[in-house]
Design a protein around this ligand. Structure first.
Ligand code: ZN
Ligand code: ZN
Length: 251
């Protein structure tokens, strides 16, 4: 049986992490992911581990809470990190999967082979520090549960949360379209928190909304309403059919 290890802070976990974990899990029999956390970090370590467990069933996820510094030039620090890792992974692993520069030394010290996964972050062009610095810009790189937490806790915006409580019609890098909870009619929402997307993005979003609305109501059987009443700080638009108003009050 082959074993693998991924370590990181995952603060917060994003789709680049998921790519690393999924490709690692596909190459060995048993994968352990260690989530290192410390007190001052903005996402509780237990929550990060819980998200990763839910996203990657079959992978063993362990949270280790420590205030040990990260200093890859110091021999004693290295030994303490290895001792911590050994509390979760007493034997092996055969392979250390990483996108980080410290990966080869980590693998060597564990007696493992290093396997680099997407070190240039070409698959998902984001890092956790980019997300922490500007969470409203990188929501598209988060899994739904993480996104809901980041949208609520860091941005404080319902549209950033993107809670999937109604019919979900479409999603791409620019926007998503779901039935508006209040109006019960399709609504397009920008993937970034802000009121003024670039013109090309606006054109793309309105075209996608019209496509969804035409499929639902028939061509010409709806109007596009770009007025942002409830949440003026986050671009969204509704496609309203003739009956939406009466439907809203008959529910
Ligand atoms: Zn609405
Ligand atoms: Zn928002």
């Amino acid at each position: 049986m082959s074993t693998g290890l991924v370590i990181g802070r995952f603060c917060p976990p994003h789709l680049g992490h998921s790519h690393l974990i999924a490709s690692a899990a596909g190459q060995i029999d048993r994968l352990t992911v260690i989530v290192f956390s410390k007190d001052e970090e903005p996402v509780p370590g237990g929550l990060r581990a819980e998200w990763l467990r839910a996203m990657h069933p079959g992978v063993e996820v362990v949270n280790i809470h420590t205030d040990l510094v990260t200093n890859w030039d110091d021999e004693e620090t290295w030994q303490r990190w290895i001792a911590l890792i050994r509390t979760a992974v007493p034997h092996g692993p055969d392979v250390v999967f990483t996108s980080e520069p410290y990966g080869s030394e980590l693998a060597r010290r564990l007696g493992a082979v290093e396997q680099l996964v997407d070190p240039d972050r070409a698959t998902v062009p984001v890092s956790a520090s980019m997300i922490r610095a500007d969470p409203g810009r990188h929501l598209r790189h988060l899994a739904p549960k993480v996104r809901a937490w980041v949208g609520k806790t860091w941005v404080g915006c319902e549209l950033c949360e993107a809670a999937r409580m109604t019919a979900w019609h479409h999603e791409d890098d620019v926007c998503w379209i779901a039935d508006c909870e209040v109006c019960d009619t399709p609504m397009v929402v920008w993937q970034e928190h802000g009121a003024s997307p670039p013109e090309a993005d606006v054109a793309h979003m309105l075209a996608e909304l019209e496509r969804v609305a035409a499929a639902k109501f028939g061509a010409g059987e709806f109007t596009v309403d770009r007025t942002m009443r409830q949440i003026p700080g986050h671009f969204h638009a509704h496609a309203r059919d003739r009956n939406w108003w009466s439907r809203r009050f008959s529910r």
